[in-house]
Design a protein around this ligand. Structure first.
Ligand SMILES: Cc1cc2nc3c(=O)[nH]c(=O)nc-3n(C[C@H](O)[C@H](O)[C@H](O)COP(=O)(O)OP(=O)(O)OC[C@H]3O[C@@H](n4cnc5c(N)ncnc54)[C@H](O)[C@@H]3O)c2cc1C
Length: 194
């Protein structure tokens, strides 16, 4: 399945902006979901969205949680035949940061699935980061720090302080590891505050 096919699929409208984050139109006509799962940083933007969505990856002999798949992807010698996920009714957010718009390579990308209680506090959070390691990773410390907090400047402050925990960003011609770590809380803050 190509990024172009996802971007134009009527049932996947909420994911279209994540698919459109991959390259320009010519790239999206060729770039597949399967290939994106293997893309090393600074690529793999769509996989960041799939990681936040807690997708499953189907290979010949079964189904793997995407996190398990990503951790061992070098040793995968099977063909991926499907990727599955349940799209939340609301609360999915995606952001790609690049220097050249609209089709530049990522400085970083962030996807999140947030659930809020009736009082507005966060009841569950799943946050995925791209370019903050050699492959998409979870921001588990930031996720924990968001629980029970409101999505306000004060409420998200502990999550932003923890955003860089466990990261080891790539350094490439787009950005240094230092720069990526410096700007991660800024962009995570923008994503969380909407
Ligand atoms: C100019 C340019 C711009 C780009 N911009 C972006 C960008 O902005 N964001 C981004 O994320 N990526 C970008 N890419 C990288 C790449 O195009 C995408 O990541 C794309 O989704 C990779 O998919 P593919 O089908 O091209 O994979 P391929 O490059 O064909 O394959 C990658 C690897 O995955 C394996 N593979 C592919 N499909 C399967 C499968 N179904 N089962 C098992 N193994 C499989 C292949 O064997 C190979 O080892 C860009 C590339 C170029 C050239």
């Amino acid at each position: 399945v190509t990024m172009a096919a996802i971007a134009r699929h009527p049932d996947l409208a909420s994911l279209a902006h994540a698919a459109r984050a991959v390259g320009g139109p010519a790239i999206r006509n060729m770039a597949t979901v399967g290939g994106n799962l293997f893309a090393p940083a600074p690529y793999g933007d769509f996989t960041v969205a799939l990681l936040a969505l807690d997708a499953t990856v189907n290979i010949d002999d079964g189904e793997l949680p995407i996190e398990t798949f990503l951790a061992k992807r070098e040793s995968n010698h099977a063909i991926i035949t499907a990727v599955g996920f349940t799209f939340p009714a609301e609360g999915f957010r995606f952001l790609k940061v690049s220097r050249i718009k609209p089709k530049g390579v990522s400085v970083l990308s962030i996807a999140a699935v947030l659930e809020q209680a009736p009082d507005g506090t966060v009841s569950s959070a799943r946050i995925a980061l791209g370019c903050m390691a050699d492959r998409p990773m979870r921001a588990t410390a930031a996720e924990k720090a968001l629980l029970g907090r409101t999505l306000t400047i004060d409420g998200i402050a502990p999550a932003l302080a923890a955003a860089g925990d466990g990261t080891s960003p790539v350094t490439d011609p787009i950005a240094s590891a230092w720069y990526r770590n410096e700007v991660l809380p800024v962009h995570l803050g923008r994503l969380l505050l909407g």
